[in-house]
Design a protein around this ligand. Structure first.
Ligand SMILES: *Cc1c(COP(=O)(O)O)cnc(C)c1O
Length: 367
């Protein structure tokens, strides 16, 4: 049987049916109904954040956070990373802002905080870093820079669901953090997302943005769109949240086996656990250095694919090398992101992955 890079976590069918029964009674399908409210409450507790707004997906949540924080200033620049999923950059560009790509640290693939200041100009409005693979950014340094220059910080925390730093939910850093609940993520609502934020003055703007700007029954205050999470997805969220610790533990078991089998191999670099971080084991990236390893990243990828094991070159190409961006933004300032994008491979990682399959994958990588 073929193995994909990921497989969505799902609750038992009976549990989901139980959770949606009230919806069939009430006919209240969407528009921030009781299931939405229950889910929001539970999630806020789980993520340990003061404020939380739910959305139909992570991408639109990020766009709306950029808008709600008042960052859509003509000519504005946003310092971000080119080593991410396209969504991060698209959200900036679709907000008519200019992404300014900062290089990453080789160690954990997150934005290099020591290279941010040199990129700040009088047009800079914000920093949008990414907790890549669930590895957290240097939130303390980034916070200090943002304070010094009065910049807003929105974290793309799409990979970082459930991660804590020094015992505090990762969604507490910066002005806001975007979580994605897409089917492929550690935690899913099929499609879905959220903005966690610190200052409750953003509650109303975020709420109005996702609901047509509607303020009251006869009052439309602003020009919002539609990005509401419906009751069925909220119900999926409630079911999956019940199982999240179990799910992360199952991933940890896979992670440990990969570490056991692949660490210390010449030419193969794995991520080191981060200090003071409770991880979520969202992905298992390896970096392949052909001269020492004897095989290229692409060869390993193909050898796995030949056995119907589908790893992923995630992220390749780097964002500033994608068709839609390479003419507009150079990649001269992001050599590490470029280099890593050519070496990185994320291996299959999901809750139900058998350890025998992990062994089989490792055998092929190492053969
Ligand atoms: C998945 C993802 C997004 C987008 O989230 P959706 O919920 O799929 O819209 C944004 N950024 C990163 C880094 C992601 O992995």
């Amino acid at each position: 049987m073929s193995i994909r890079v990921t497989r969505s976590s799902m609750p038992k069918l009976e549990d989901y049916v139980e959770e949606i029964k009230p919806i069939f009674k009430s006919h209240h399908l969407t528009n921030m109904g009781p299931v939405y409210k229950k889910f929001q409450h539970q999630l806020k507790e789980y993520l340990q954040v003061p404020e939380l707004s739910l959305f139909v997906n992570g991408h639109i949540a990020l766009e709306m956070a950029i808008q709600a924080l008042g960052l859509c200033i003509p000519g504005g620049e946003v310092i971000t990373t080119s080593f991410t999923f396209v969504s991060t950059t698209h959200a900036i560009v679709r907000s008519n802002l200019k992404p300014v790509f900062c290089d990453i640290r080789e160690s954990d693939f997150t934005i290099d905080p020591d290279k941010i200041e040199a990129l700040i100009t009088d047009k800079t409005v914000a920093i949008i870093p990414v907790h890549v693979y669930g590895n957290i950014c240097d939130v303390e340094k980034i916070n200090a820079i943002a304070k010094k220059y009065s910049l807003k910080v929105i974290y793309d925390a799409a990979h970082a669901f459930g991660v804590t730093y020094k015992g505090i939910g990762i969604g507490n850093y910066g002005d806001a953090s975007m979580f994605s609940f897409h089917a492929t993520k550690v935690f899913n609502t099929i499609e879905g997302g959220a903005i966690a934020f610190q200052d409750n003055k953003y509650s109303v703007p975020l709420h109005e943005l996702k609901n047509f700007g509607i303020h009251g029954p006869e009052d439309v205050e602003s020009i919002g769109g539609n990005a509401k999470l419906d009751e069925f997805r909220a119900a999926m969220g409630i079911c999956n949240l019940r199982r999240i610790d179990e799910c992360i533990n199952a991933r940890k078991r896979v992670y440990n086996r990969y570490i056991e089998r692949l660490s210390g191999k010449k030419g193969l670099r794995l991520c080191k656990p981060q200090k003071n971080v409770l991880a979520n084991y969202a992905y298992f990236p390896i970096c392949i250095y052909q001269d020492d390893f004897g095989k290229s990243r692409d060869l390993v990828f193909n050898q796995l694919a030949d056995r119907e094991i589908h790893a992923r070159k995630y992220f390749y190409p780097a964002i500033n090398e994608l068709h839609c961006y390479k003419e507009r933004y150079g990649n001269q300032l992001t050599p590490h992101a470029h280099d890593i994008s050519l070496r990185v491979l994320t291996l299959p990682m999901y809750e139900e992955l058998d350890l025998e399959d992990v062994d089989r994958i490792c055998d092929i990588v190492l053969e």
